[in-house]
Design a protein around this ligand. Structure first.
Ligand code: NAP
Ligand code: MG
Length: 390
């Protein structure tokens, strides 16, 4: 899908393996419950597998998103039918081969490559699929709600889009670290990251200084051949996505934002779809580049005057996947973290995480959580077994 091979090797593959191992190791340490009823009864609350889980995943982290579903779904005793994105079926097929080699019984993990409208919709509407675990756009996530309502009321876990605010307060301690995080927070994986920090909210007093430092970082992130191990930014997944990203850059210009860096397709002679790191300044939160998910290397800079205004702008979005705040004031860090409507809030960092911490959204970024012990809950149903003693 165009990501640098160094990221596939250093990020996607090891994290996918770690995820599968984590759930394999976790599952015999999860206990059921006994309800605190009176002495005349014993009431156990047991978790049971749902049955068949459909997993429908996107192309931006093809193997990792598949693993986030397959790991906990299999560990809790379900079988899984996995539909990868049309652009990126190969890692899913390889995962199934490795699963067969590792002894997963036939039929327990199946991979069905195919288009969303056919294979994806068939899973969404199937009467024998008990849950669809989905990662992808909010638009398609809403379709799964409809498929469910029109079929068997299957459960859903939806990890959808985002428009994450990356807030730099006036009392940001380490401006270089914030600049580095802001640049990589939106340019990593060519910006094709659901939690990308695509809105940079910066205190007006720091804006010029911060932008200058972000540009310095961005200038070191040059798109190149994804198969070259030195490359740190690869190609956009396909022509459709390229045109979408370039269309948003045009929309930014047309709506009056200042193009501060980049803005164009590069390396056209290679036959690949490369977009240079792009930064807009003087963006208002009403503009399309601030409201809609671009899923490309495009940063929208929005200045603010005080903390209250920053929170208001940050939360003025239909999404709520992630947010970040840079501040040296401990009270402010706590206050702002609580005020931000997002499933993950980073303080003085961006996009840090590991398998122990849940990931997922508020609002139209979806519901249900991937990663951590909490991911197990949605792949089970809770049964009450009430036994009368006397
Ligand atoms: P997408 O178009 O929503 O596709 C996601 C998956 O749904 C693909 O497997 C796709 O299949 C399938 N699909 C498409 N149309 C469908 C339909 N009508 N019925 C059933 N299934 C359908 O998203 P994408 O373009 O692959 O990925 C980009 C989006 O994913 C972004 O919005 C991004 O924010 C989101 N994302 C979210 C997270 C998260 O954790 N929240 C992580 C990564 C990506 P085909 O494409 O093969 O047809
Ligand atoms: Mg698609």
């Amino acid at each position: 899908m165009g990501k640098p091979i160094r990221d596939s090797r250093a990020v996607d593959v090891p994290l996918a393996a770690e995820c599968i191992a984590y759930y394999g190791e976790a599952i015999d340490k999860v206990y059921d419950e006994v309800a605190p009823t009176g002495p005349s009864d014993v009431v156990t609350l047991v978790r049971e597998p749902l049955g068949v889980v459909g997993a429908v995943v996107p192309w931006n982290f093809p193997l990792l998103m598949a693993s986030w579903k397959v790991g906990p779904a299999l560990a809790t005793g379900n079988s899984v039918v996995l539909k990868p994105a049309e652009q990126s079926p190969l890692t899913a097929l390889r995962l199934a081969e490795l699963a067969a080699e590792a002894g997963v019984p036939d039929g327990v993990l199946q991979v069905v490559p195919g288009f969303g409208e056919t294979a994806g919709q068939a899973l969404g509407r199937h009467m024998d699929v008990d849950l669809v675990a989905f990662t992808g756009s909010t638009e398609v996530g809403k379709l799964f709600l409809r498929y469910s309502g029109e079929s068997n009321m299957k459960r859903l876990a939806l990890e959808c889009g985002g428009k994450s605010p990356h807030i730099v307060m006036q009392d940001c301690g380490d401006l270089d670290a914030a600049a580095e995080a802001a640049a990589w927070g939106v340019f990593y994986n060519q910006g094709e990251v659901c939690n990308a920090g695509s809105r940079l909210l910066v205190h007006e007093s720091l804006k010029d200084e911060l932008l200058e430092r972000i540009v310095r970082v961005a200038e070191t992130i040059r798109p190149g051949d994804p198969l070259d191990p030195e490359t740190r930014m690869g190609a956009i997944v396909d022509r459709t996505q390229l045109e979408r990203v370039l269309g948003y850059i045009d929309a930014g210009r047309d709506q009056g934002a200042d193009l501060h860096l980049g803005g164009g397709q590069v390396l056209e002679e290679s036959g690949g779809y490369f977009v240079e790191p792009t930064i807009f300044d003087a963006v208002s939160n009403e503009m399309r580049i601030a409201r809609e998910e671009i899923f490309g290397p495009v940063l929208a800079t929005i200045p603010f005057g005080d903390e209250e205004e920053a929170i208001e702008i940050a939360n003025d979005t239909v999404y709520g996947l992630a947010a970040a705040v840079w501040t040296n004031d401990l009270s402010r860090a706590h206050r702002v973290s609580r005020a931000l409507r997002a499933g993950v809030v980073w303080v003085n960092c961006f996009d840090r995480g590991d398998i122990t911490a849940p990931f997922g959204g508020f609002k139209q970024s979806g519901f249900g959580r991937d990663k951590s012990i909490h991911a197990l809950e949605k792949y089970t149903d809770l049964k009450t077994i009430w036994i009368a003693i006397d």
